[in-house]
Every structure is written in C-alpha cells, then in structure tokens.
Design a protein around this ligand. Structure first.
Ligand code: SF4
Ligand code: SF4
Length: 57
C-alpha cells in the first residue's frame, strides 16, 4: 500500500518530497504524485505535512 494525497488540501509546498527517503513523492505540474512501488508506508510524510494532505494507507 502507499500513502494517498488529498489534492484539495495539498498546497504543493514540496516538503514531503524532501522528507521521503524512498523518493516516492514528486511534484509534477499542479499534482503531487506517489510512486506506489517505492512507498514503504513509513508514515514520515504524513506526520510532517502541516496541511494534513497525506493519508496513510
Ligand atoms: S508536504 Fe503536504 S502540502 Fe506540502 S507538497 Fe507534501 S502533501 Fe502537499
Ligand atoms: S510513507 Fe514514507 S515511503 Fe511512503 S511516501 Fe511517505 S515518506 Fe515516502
């Protein structure tokens, strides 16, 4: 499983893309994309997103 992004909450700050040690998150245009094959469900990005835009699987 992988985290999910709520794009109604995400402000594309980019913080999570640096936090994720698996490099599973990237911004493309106006979307934050999750590479489900890379995400290890560690929860670090969920804890650190101040906007509450990331939801654990
Ligand atoms: S840290 Fe949160 S608000 Fe910032 S890009 Fe990631 S999901 Fe979006
Ligand atoms: S849960 Fe962990 S591995 Fe998955 S996207 Fe977030 S920081 Fe990366």
């Amino acid at each position: 499983m992988a985290v999910r992004v709520d794009m109604t909450l995400c402000n594309l700050c980019g913080g999570c893309t640096y936090i994720c040690e698996q490099e599973a998150l990237r911004i493309e245009g106006d979307l934050l994309l999750v590479d489900e094959a890379r995400c290890q469900d560690c929860g670090e990005c969920v804890k650190n997103c101040a906007a509450g835009a990331l939801v654990a699987a």
